[in-house]
Design a protein around this ligand. Structure first.
Ligand code: Q9C
Ligand code: ZN
Length: 348
């Protein structure tokens, strides 16, 4: 199985994800996540790890605004010039809660316009890392053939990022960028199985009927991102009926999860997509520090097995998952059923 990964993604190493009375809280989204996944993938014998191709920005501008890209690109330098603190990333104290608001074009504090929360500190390398993550997703999309599966090992993740807002460790929506590229070639279904709702992906395709977005996730009444992910959000305009959310209760077991998954897979089958994009988050695992599901590694294998049974051209995109000891093994468990399907063996 082809897997896209760039070392440059390791240079995005956010120093904090928020504050508490004890000072900075360290970020759970860190380079070690990618390293443990690579380590476990290399043990399998079927993982063909490749550097991403470098694409131009056009497929990224198809999803994000140029003002937003300019922010990610220049925020660190703006901050250094405004108040030089070496190697420190910056989070403004004022955030733009609604995009009917006006971006003043001013320095640092005005950057809050683009922020959903405090988990998206930008360092000197964030822009480059995020571009490489997007290029991993695009490389995967370009290399998909009939019935094959490719894994984009993206970091930073992407599914909380909207057209011009970052949050939840996400800057560029790698999943949406790949799905948008696919949508010029056929119908796309996105099935998001990260523990958190893919609110950014939902927002980006909310009025589209050619990209069907489905997400299984923790109930937003008690879990991040709180303001999206409810079952009544079904899309609008042309997209009405083409967004589906399945909020799940705390402590959900493998079997109960698989029942909901089967229902979602039935909807995908009915939609009959040409391409499938699967944003995965191993924060669904029982040991994850952010999650409260009771999903086991065996359950994650079964989730992969059922999705692989659809036999569609499938791009798997890495999103969350923060329990380092199980993260690599869980990613391998999810991908193994795809790796053992005929087309992926033939492509080696
Ligand atoms: N007390 C993804 O899984 N909230 N993002 C952290 C911790 C943000 C998760 C708060 C969670 C974002 C890609
Ligand atoms: Zn998550």
């Amino acid at each position: 199985m082809d897997i896209y990964y760039s070392k440059i993604q390791e240079w995005h190493n956010p120093p904090f994800e928020g504050y508490s009375q004890d000072g900075y809280k360290p970020s759970l989204e860190k380079p070690e996540r990618a390293l443990i996944m690579l380590e476990e993938l290399k043990k399998t014998g079927w993982a063909n790890i490749l550097p991403p191709k470098q694409f131009d920005l056009e497929p990224i501008y198809a999803v994000h605004s140029s003002l937003y890209l300019e922010y990610i690109k220049s925020a660190y330098q703006d901050w250094v010039e405004f108040s030089p603190v070496p190697q420190m990333a910056f989070i403004p104290g004022t955030m733009g809660f609604s995009h009917s608001m006006i971006h003043s074009g001013g320095i640092s504090e005005a950057h809050g316009f683009f922020l959903l929360d405090t988990t998206v500190a930008i360092n000197k390398y964030t822009y480059n890392a995020a571009l490489n993550a997007a290029n991993c997703a695009l490389s995967g999309a370009h290399s998909i053939t009939q019935g094959s599966t490719v894994f984009a090992l993206c970091r930073p993740p992407g599914h909380h990022a909207g057209r011009e807002i970052c949050g939840g460790y996400c800057f560029l929506n790698n999943t949406a960028i790949a799905a948008q590229w696919f949508s010029n070639r056929g119908k796309v279904a996105i099935l998001d199985i990260d523990y958190h709702v893919g609110n950014g992906t939902q927002e980006i395709f909310y009025e589209r009927s050619d990209v069907f977005t489905i997400s299984l996730h923790a109930d937003p009444r008690h879990e991040y991102p709180y303001y999206a992910g409810y079952a009544h959000e079904i899309g609008s305009g042309n997209g009405k009926g083409f967004n589906r959310n399945f909020p799940l209760p705390a402590g959900i077991s493998d079997n109960d999860y698989l029942v909901v998954l089967d229902h979602a897979l039935g909807l995908i089958d009915y939609f009959s997509p040409d391409y499938l994009v699967i944003p995965i988050g191993m924060d669904i695992h029982m040991d994850d520090p952010l999650g409260d599901f009771s999903i086991t590694t065996e359950g994650i294998y079964q989730i992969g097995e059922r999705i692989a049974d659809l036999n569609l051209p499938t791009l798997v995109v890495m999103e969350g998952g923060y329990h380092i000891p199980s993260l690599g093994k869980n990613v391998v468990a999810f991908l193994t059923p795809f790796a053992s399907s005929l087309n992926n063996l033939e492509s080696e």
